[in-house]
Design a protein around this ligand. Structure first.
Ligand code: PNS
Length: 166
């Protein structure tokens, strides 16, 4: 049987403990997991692509079947280039489902060979989002337990540098 390769795509701006939980769960299900950072975000990201790659690489270093990569353009085209048959997406709450379903069905329409698999994070991560993490940091709150320590440190440095303002 050929290796089962999964792509876990996202903006990861920044990576949270919820993302990490899903990466760990995916690594137990698939032979290879490629965490793929979308480079052409519509919004101005807080972290550069290089910073996001570095953070993801440092927190996934112990997971030998996980690789970190970047992509632009259509996700399904990238998945085909990577010989991946699976896209992994996380569903935290019912509110995620509508958008995720639409995206999964559109991706399937564009490329029927690639299936989307939804995974649920551990319930203690269900309320975490990158958007809320940035908002908390902007207003001086603590994001301990929400993001890996390496990300917390980078966020602290962004605040000190004045890159994150309320
Ligand atoms: O973490 P995010 O921001 O929710 O991830 C969204 C992402 C990167 C998975 C999505 O925006 C995406 O796949 N973008 C690539 C462009 C694409 O393929 N668009 C068509 C989706 S149906």
């Amino acid at each position: 049987m050929p290796d089962l390769i999964a792509i876990y795509p996202g903006s990861f701006d920044p990576l949270t403990n919820g993302h990490l939980d899903l990466i760990e769960r995916s690594s137990k299900l698939f032979d290879q997991v490629v965490v793929a950072i979308l480079t052409n975000l519509e919004k101005q990201p807080l972290f550069t692509v290089k910073e996001r790659v570095e953070m993801l690489e440092s927190v996934t270093a112990s997971l030998s079947c996980v690789a970190v990569d970047t992509f632009s353009g259509l996700l399904v085209d990238y998945a085909v280039r990577k010989h991946a048959h699976v896209i992994v997406r996380g569903i935290r709450a019912f509110s995620d489902y509508e958008y995720e379903l639409q995206m999964a069905l559109m991706n399937r329409k564009l490329e029927p060979k690639v299936e989307t698999v939804f995974l649920m994070p551990g319930e203690s991560y269900a309320y975490i989002s990158s958007r809320l993490v940035k908002e908390i940091v902007q207003h001086g709150g603590s994001v301990k337990d929400l993001v890996p320590p390496a990300v917390e440190e980078r966020l602290r440095r962004k605040v000190a540098a004045g890159d994150v303002t309320a």
